[in-house]
Ligand binder design. Structure first.
Ligand SMILES: [Zn+2]
Ligand SMILES: [Zn+2]
Length: 473
C-alpha cells in the first residue's frame, strides 16, 4: 500500500481530554528539599543575569518556564498560586510559557494562548524563551545552507521545530556542524528544539542530526519508523534513546517502550537502545504554538526499497499562511515537469487524495529540485508562489541538483530561493557556515522565509559569523 496511515487514536501530543486522566499534579511530589532547590535555582539564575547586565524587567521578557524532565504528561497552569486553585491550562513537555513574575513556590506565567496563571516551581524548569525577539503572530522558516542536503528551522513566538539536518558534503561534528553553527550564531539564546522531524534517513537529511541532540534539548521526535541500516541512523536512534524526556513518534507504534538491538558495528559495541514512544504519527493536525500547527500529509513507515518513498511530507499552518515540506518525495523517474507523476508515486497519491492539504503559500521543493519530483500536476495542486530549493555541489548518481528544467518550471510560478547560489561567496568563513569539509565551497546562502498577517516574504541571509564581505578565492 502506498499510503499507510495510522488510526485516529488518542493523540498524546494534541492535548485535550485524552491527557486529563493522567495528569501528574505538580505538588503531589513536592518536598522541602525540592522547594529549597527551586528557590536557590531562581536566585542563582537571577543573580547571574543581573551580573551580566539584565534587569529583572528585561529578564522577565526573555525567560520562560517549561515542564521539568520529571513531568510525564503536562504541567498545570492554575488561576492562583495554590494547588487548590482551578486549572487554567496545561503545558505539554515541549511547551514554554513566559514568566511575568513570581511568588513563593510559584511562577506567574503567560501561556501561548494568552492565559495568565501560576505554575509550581517544583515542576517547572527555567529556560530562555526560544523565540525571544519574534513578534506574536509572526513565524520564520530558515533553510540552512548545509551544502548538499536539507535542514529547515521553523520558529514561532512559542515553539521551535527542525525538519531534517543532513549534508552529503559536510561531515564536521560538534560546534562546526553546519546546522549547530548556524543556530548558535543566529539564535544564541536557543536551548531547545520542541519538534525534530526526520523526513527519511538518507545521509543528506540526517548526517548532522545526532549533534543537534548534543547541543540542544529535544522534545518530540518524528520519524516514519522505517528502519534503515546505516551508522548515522544508528547514531540518531542512540541520540533519541539517550535524550531525557524525549518522545519518539513513528507511524508504527503508539506509546510504550521499544528496544532497538544493534550488533558490534559502526565503531560501537553491541547495544540495546530503549525508545520511549509518543503517539503514533497520523494525519491529524498537531498544535505547535499560538496560531501554528503541523500536519503530516504523507506517512509511510513500511519497508520500502527506496527510503525516499518514506518521506514524511509535512504541511505547516503558520498564522493563516502555510508551507509544504516535501522531503525527497517523488513523482517518478526523471522526467520533465509536464509529464504526469507516476501512478504510485507520492506526488500522484497526494494529488489524488489531498488537494486541500496540499494548498500552500510556500513549497520546500522535493528532492533538491530533481526531475524525480515537482511534476506540474503536483505544483498545480500546491499552488505555491515561493519555492525553496536546498542543494549543493555533491552529485547524486552523477547528477548535480537542482535540474534546470525544474527551476525553469518553478520560475514560471513564483520566486525561487536556492541555497546553492554563489557558493564561493563564503569560502573563507571561519566556521562551517561557509567552508565545506572537503574544501569545496558549500556556500552560505541561507534562506529566511517570514510569515505574517501581511503575507509571506523571503530573503537570503549570507552575512553570518565572521564572513569577510565578498570573500572568495
Ligand atoms: Zn535528499
Ligand atoms: Zn533521500
Amino acid at each position: 500500500m502506498e499510503r499507510s496511515f495510522a488510526g485516529s487514536g488518542a493523540c498524546a501530543v494534541c492535548g485535550g481530554a485524552s491527557e486529563v486522566g493522567d495528569v501528574k499534579s505538580p505538588l503531589t511530589r513536592a518536598s522541602d528539599t525540592s522547594l529549597a532547590r527551586s528557590a536557590l535555582t531562581w536566585v542563582a539564575f537571577t543573580a547571574t543575569l543581573l551580573v551580566i547586565g539584565f534587569t529583572p524587567a528585561v529578564l522577565a521578557q526573555n525567560v520562560c518556564v517549561t515542564p521539568s524532565a520529571e513531568v510525564e504528561t503536562v504541567l498545570i497552569v492554575r488561576r492562583s498560586a495554590s494547588v487548590e486553585s482551578p486549572a487554567l491550562g496545561r503545558l505539554l513537555p515541549s511547551a514554554q510559557a513566559k514568566i511575568l513574575g513570581e511568588v513563593p513556590h510559584w511562577y506567574l506565567v503567560a501561556t501561548a494562548d494568552g492565559k495568565t496563571g501560576y505554575t509550581s516551581k517544583n515542576w517547572a524548569r527555567l529556560t530562555t524563551c526560544a523565540t525571544a525577539g519574534l513578534a506574536g503572530g509572526a513565524y520564520e522558516m530558515h533553510a540552512i545552507d548545509v551544502g548538499t542536503g536539507l535542514s529547515l528551522f521553523v520558529r514561532g513566538d512559542d515553539f521551535t521545530l527542525l525538519y531534517d539536518a543532513g549534508s552529503n558534503d559536510d561531515t564536521a561534528g560538534g560546534a562546526k556542524n553546519r546546522v549547530v553553527a548556524y543556530l548558535a550564531e543566529t539564535f544564541p539564546g536557543l536551548r531547545r528544539i520542541d519538534h525534530l522531524i526526520l523526513s527519511h534517513p538518507h545521509r543528506d537529511h540526517l548526517e548532522l542530526m545526532a549533534d543537534v541532540f548534543t547541543n540542544y534539548e529535544v522534545g518530540e521526535v518524528w520519524d516514519s519508523g522505517a528502519t534503515y541500516d546505516s551508522c548515522i541512523y544508528r547514531d540518531f536512534i542512540r541520540a533519541v534513546s539517550q535524550e531525557p524526556g524525549v518522545r519518539y513518534h513513528t507511524a508504527l507504534r503508539h506509546m510504550g517502550i521499544s528496544t532497538a538491538q544493534y550488533e558490534a558495528k559502526c565503531r560501537a559495541e553491541a547495544e540495546s537502545l530503549a525508545l520511549r514512544h509518543g503517539a503514533r504519527i497520523d494525519t491529524n493536525p498537531v498544535p505547535l504554538g499560538d496560531g501554528a500547527s503541523m500536519q503530516f500529509v504523507y506517512v509511510d513507515g513500511s519497508k520500502r526499497s527506496d527510503v525516499n518513498d518514506n518521506s514524511l511530507v509535512l504541511r505547516m499552518d503558520l498564522g493563516g499562511r502555510s508551507a509544504l515540506l516535501a522531503g525527497d518525495a517523488g513523482g517518478g523517474p526523471r522526467k520533465v515537469p509536464s509529464v504526469p507523476p507516476s501512478l504510485k508515486s507520492i506526488e500522484a497519491t497526494l494529488v489524488a487524495c489531498c488537494q486541500k492539504e496540499l494548498k500552500a503559500d510556500v513549497l520546500v521543493v522535493g528532492h533538491h529540485g530533481s526531475m524525480t519530483s515537482s511534476r506540474a500536476a503536483f505544483l498545480d495542486a500546491v499552488g505555491a508562489y515561493h519555492f525553496i530549493v536546498s542543494s549543493g555541489p555533491y552529485k547524486y548518481s552523477g547528477t548535480s541538483l537542482p535540474d534546470k528544467e525544474v527551476i525553469a518550471e518553478l520560475d514560471r510560478r513564483g520566486d525561487v530561493w536556492r541555497t546553492d547560489l554563489d557558493d564561493d561567496a563564503c569560502a573563507k568563513a571561519s566556521s562551517k557556515v561557509g567552508l565545506d569539509n572537503d574544501e569545496k565551497p558549500g556556500g552560505c546562502h541561507n534562506v529566511v522565509m517570514r510569515f505574517t498577517g501581511a503575507g509571506v516574504s523571503a530573503s537570503y541571509v549570507p552575512a553570518l559569523l565572521n564572513v569577510s564581505s565578498g570573500a572568495s578565492d
